[in-house]
Design a protein around this ligand. Structure first.
Ligand SMILES: C[S@@+](CC[C@H](N)C(=O)[O-])C[C@H]1O[C@@H](n2cnc3c(N)ncnc32)[C@H](O)[C@@H]1O
Length: 253
């Protein structure tokens, strides 16, 4: 990455040991989407794996989200360790965004503050469609909880709202079960400096990396699932190439 002149790296690793490999105060923004573990205690195994057998298609990254069935307390202990590493590696006044659903929102807000982050609020992703729920409101939103290391002074570029509306990634473009739209991640990168280093320790198919690279920022990510690492490396590679071509076109005389 920064050391050898490349603009990104994606590796197969555990989130904690990956974050431990960074120097303190070396990262500009962390945007991450860890397993939601929404069902907690009482879950009958992995909710996505259970559905896989019913599906006629399997995403390139597989339909199984690793470690998505931790109970509340195990997830709490795990979060505490990786989020504390995020606090260590982020520069002062830099942001951490953590995705979650309505079940994990309260827990995520508490856990981030518990490790020492300043809680700033959350950006709601309003999906344009959601499956009907027979006995409750549709799950049409997910949340990116926004934390800062210290007090934020960095000025916004675009004065964004705390909500973003957009569709889930369509099946023909979808490679990961819980893939986030690249435009949503770009929206969250409003406060990241140009050419800043963006990190995602649960990178899945690499949406954070693609967004960062398309905006001219650098990216480092990891995932435990080898299929994800291969897909994320390919998609980030394409984004980096397009970016370099665009720079060449723009500067051509
Ligand atoms: C919700 S998905 C991320 C999806 C991603 N945002 C995207 O757009 O493709 C969470 C990812 O975390 C990975 N994961 C689970 N436990 C992990 C760990 N301890 N360290 C690193 N990655 C892990 C899973 O393999 C999964 O791909």
């Amino acid at each position: 990455m920064a050391e050898n002149g490349d603009v990104f790296k994606v590796e197969k690793n555990d989130a904690i040991s990956f974050l431990q490999s960074f120097e303190a105060e070396s990262v500009d923004t962390i945007i991450t989407d860890p397993p939601y573990c929404s069902y907690g205690v009482g879950s009958s195994g992995n909710k996505y794996a259970a559905k896989e057998s019913e599906r006629s298609y399997v995403f390139e990254c597989g339909n199984d989200i690793l470690f998505d069935n931790k109970d509340f307390f195990s997830n709490f202990m795990f979060f505490k360790v990786w989020a504390a590493e995020c606090l260590r590696v982020l520069k002062d006044e830099s942001r951490l965004f953590v995705f979650c659903d309505r079940y994990g929102l309260a827990q995520t807000i508490c856990m981030g503050q518990m490790v020492g982050f300043t809680y700033l609020g959350f950006v709601t992703w309003c999906k344009t469609s959601a499956r009907p729920q027979p006995t409750r409101f549709r799950k049409a939103c997910e949340y990116a909880v926004e934390f800062c290391k210290g007090t934020p002074h960095v000025k916004t570029r675009n004065y964004p709202n705390d909500w973003w509306q957009g569709a889930i990634v369509q099946k023909d473009k979808r490679v990961h079960q819980t893939q986030k739209p690249v435009d949503l991640i770009k929206y969250l990168l409003d406060f990241c400096p140009e050419n800043g280093l963006v990190v995602d320790p649960f990178c899945g198919s690499g949406s954070t990396g693609v967004a960062a690279l398309e905006l001219g920022m650098r990216f480092a990510g990891c995932d435990l699932n080898e299929k994800c690492v291969n897909v994320a490396s390919r998609l980030c590679g394409e984004a980096a190439e397009n970016f370099e071509e665009k720079i060449e076109d723009d500067t051509a005389v």
